[in-house]
Design a protein around this ligand. Sequence first.
Ligand SMILES: Cc1cc2nc3c(=O)[nH]c(=O)nc-3n(C[C@H](O)[C@H](O)[C@H](O)COP(=O)(O)OP(=O)(O)OC[C@H]3O[C@@H](n4cnc5c(N)ncnc54)[C@H](O)[C@@H]3O)c2cc1C
Length: 594
Amino acid sequence: MNQKTTLKGGEFIIKESKAEDIFIPEEFNEEQKLMADSCRAFTETVVVPQMNQLEKHDRALLTKLMKEAGELGLLGISVPEEYAGFGQNFVTSMLTTEEMGKGYSFAVAYSAHTGIGTLPILYYGNEAQKSKYLPKLATGEYIGSYCLTEADAGSDANSGKANAILSDDGSHYILNGVKIWITNGGVADLLIVFAKIEKDKNLSAFIVESTWEGVRAGVDEEKMGIKGSSTVQMYLDNVKVPVENLLGDRNDGFKIALNILNLGRIKLSGATIGASKGTIGLAVNYTNERKQFGKLLANFPAIKSKLAEMVILTYASESLTYRASQNIEDAIQEYIQQGMDKGKATVEGMRQYAIEASIAKIFGSETLDFVVDEAVQIHGGMGYSAETQVERAYRDSRINRIFEGTNEINRMVIVGELLKRSMKGEIDLIRSAMAVAKELIGIPEFGSPSTDYYEVKRKIILNFKKSILMVAGAAVQKFAQAFAEEQEIMLNVADMIIQTYAAESMMLRIEKLESKNGAAQVSLQKAMLDVFIYDSAFEINKYGTDAINSFAVKDEQQAMLMGIKRFTKISNVNVKEIRRMVADKLIEQNIYQF
Ligand SMILES: Cc1cc2nc3c(=O)[nH]c(=O)nc-3n(C[C@H](O)[C@H](O)[C@H](O)COP(=O)(O)OP(=O)(O)OC[C@H]3O[C@@H](n4cnc5c(N)ncnc54)[C@H](O)[C@@H]3O)c2cc1C
């Protein structure tokens, strides 16, 4: 049997993966599918029918639904069995998150509880903290929340003013502060609160119970969307927190917050995949019912084109998210084999793939925004009616580009992490960038082109990577440390990276599927890949050109513009015909099934 080769986080920019080494969603086993079915049944039959009431800030209903989810075991999927959970692996938890993602704003409450509300204790808690709190969180007896953001500390989360002072007798901390935008705040029993101890430079993390004196939740915020989730300000007024409720070590809070956000990011991407598939379902159902000019909407090519693009982007999002999820799972297992305990191994696994997690968050949230927007458009006036589900989907989608780190911050994380790893010698970007620079001044190879479908695609994607290395390499050389100030160029480079990772993940998935099921089974997927790569070439060309024109001049500029043209060269594709084919399949099935 061939040994599986897994690339380190971010390494995909300079190395290639083999299709056989990546995980694809078609490989979920029966047990995983059964868990997904339970989540789907719960959202479809219990959550969605009660959404109208839930959106009226009905905290009692929200609490009831969370408890019901707990009784069904849906809150403890990632929690080990010794703490009353199911101890499932990371990829399974991604699949269940995807299914729960179809539950509109309940999905936000669910994710906040199972993710940022529970995992800090699972990964950083000591044995006493874990055995005291995890069983309650896994069963729904307690609802969890995560209190990081403050009025003046949003993206700059470490600058918060919340403060804790050790009591004279050393038995407890006295905690003060105001946290804002706290999901589940109005129904929470447990709060993970980040605050600085005395005059510390960094945050520390505390486990706080909502019934303790001095803890008070404000009223539910009136929001654009996700109205069924409770979002409040949390007031902490001289709260006495026993010293044993400090989570991790003093000053560890910022590290905990960031590492938990890495996880939150990829989880959010899982939820957006579920929401995208659900919304595509609503859109196609409507096109199969609504008639204009004597024909079903499904017959209009302009509508088909929208449906197809919604499918293609969702398929790409799914391909990259599950590829990254399995990489994380493999890294976790490797760290465990090296002797790390599971909590630390999970945190390290997540950190290893922080670049991929940010890509997944951005791609998933922006795909969902596109999908809900087009779904409203397909519904015409009805899309604007509060009676339709797509109206809710549209309102609920927008937040995903803002929380778990805004998409701008996540783009900066992608490039910043990459450069940091290059500086540390973990990813040899410099040598790869120099090789591309050398290739640029050399004579292009004109060997006979391959006719193998995947060889051709691989070469195109390799060229996308070369364009990233060319632009990023030259920008780093030009600006050195000051590159961080050139945010526009960083955003351009991040977008080139995101598009490339998506294209490669989609290609590898389809190649693996073909090797399992034969070419006939993937002909439509290959056509979808043709469209995605074709579009990506134009996008990468635009981002690269914008970046080059913003810092290169004269000969260097000309050489790089020629380079970007060469590296994003693409054969012509009849995107119209392919989109019609994709839409026809969707219309025939009347549900997302690709
Ligand atoms: C509904 C909802 C639920 C939430 N739930 C929680 C929760 O449960 N717990 C919690 O702790 N927080 C929560 N948040 C807070 C959320 O994480 C923050 O809103 C988010 O991190 C952005 O911070 P901010 O709102 O202060 O925006 P800012 O940081 O003020 O950002 C404003 C704009 O400036 C940009 N920007 C900021 N810094 C930079 C920079 N260095 N370079 C370039 N651009 C920059 C941002 O991208 C953004 O476009 C929630 C927010 C909402 C709206």
